[in-house]
Design a protein around this ligand. Structure first.
Ligand SMILES: NC(=O)CC[C@H](N)C(=O)O
Length: 222
């Protein structure tokens, strides 16, 4: 599967994602600079990485969401392209309007950097088919703006539509309904604060994250 990783000024998990994607797909991702306007042909997935794009000014992800390449990403997502946003990538996807709600300052006002337990809520999406529903997995988090907020109608809707992919199984950042990972209505866009790309081999403390990429690959094919 051919993939692309979008790189903004201040991204710092772009290489982690690239290493994880190459390890699982066997193909080195295309690294796409934010100022580019077009994406390569034949992609199976676009990944929007973690980091501190534009120094997290205004609101994390807000400026990156207005980068030239994001027009192409939004357009591709509209045509069904799979888009995964991790951490700052989740923030960028909400700011770009690909996912509802927003990521605000953690309830405890601290930067939280540790492993957290997550429950897999929906194991039927393209991104979560490598898991069992209800399973508990452990991923690292590293963020200060992971507190997911949305109005009650939106929260009820995304819950009702099975769009909560991952939920925190312990208090982390004050996220509404403990939402850690959220799908769009078509299921081709996933934003998540925890980092699957930092949990892909024994040296990382386990491979719970690798299963996300493997599940996707199995579905999409090489
Ligand atoms: N690791 C990251 O992507 C950090 C995300 C974001 N800038 C935050 O701290 O909330």
């Amino acid at each position: 599967m051919k993939t692309a990783v979008i790189v903004f000024p201040g991204s710092n998990c772009d290489r982690d994602l690239a290493v994880a994607l190459e390890a699982v797909t066997g193909t080195r991702p295309a690294m796409i600079w934010h100022a580019d306007t077009t994406l390569p042909d034949g992609l199976g997935m676009i990944a929007v990485p973690g980091g501190f794009s534009y120094g997290d000014y205004l609101r994390s992800g807000a400026i990156a969401a207005r980068s030239p390449i994001m027009r192409a990403v939004v357009e591709a997502a509209g045509k069904g392209m799979r888009v995964l946003g991790v951490c700052n990538g989740f923030q960028v996807l909400t700011e770009a309007g690909l996912l509802p709600g927003a990521l605000m300052r953690n309830a405890g006002l601290n930067f939280v950097c540790r492993d957290v337990a997550l429950t897999v809520e929906n194991a039927q999406s393209a991104f979560t088919s490598g898991y069992d529903a209800g399973e508990t997995v452990s991923f690292p988090v590293a963020h200060h703006d992971g507190n997911y907020v949305a109005d009650d109608d939106t929260l009820d809707r995304v819950e009702g539509e099975g769009r909560v992919a991952f939920r925190y199984a312990e208090p982390v950042n004050g996220s509404a309904r403990a939402i850690a990972g959220l799908l769009n209505n078509r299921g081709n866009v996933l934003g998540m604060m925890p980092h699957p790309e930092r949990r892909i081999e024994a040296a990382h403390g386990g491979d719970d994250g690798r299963r996300l990429f493997e599940g996707l690959l199995e579905l999409v094919g090489a």
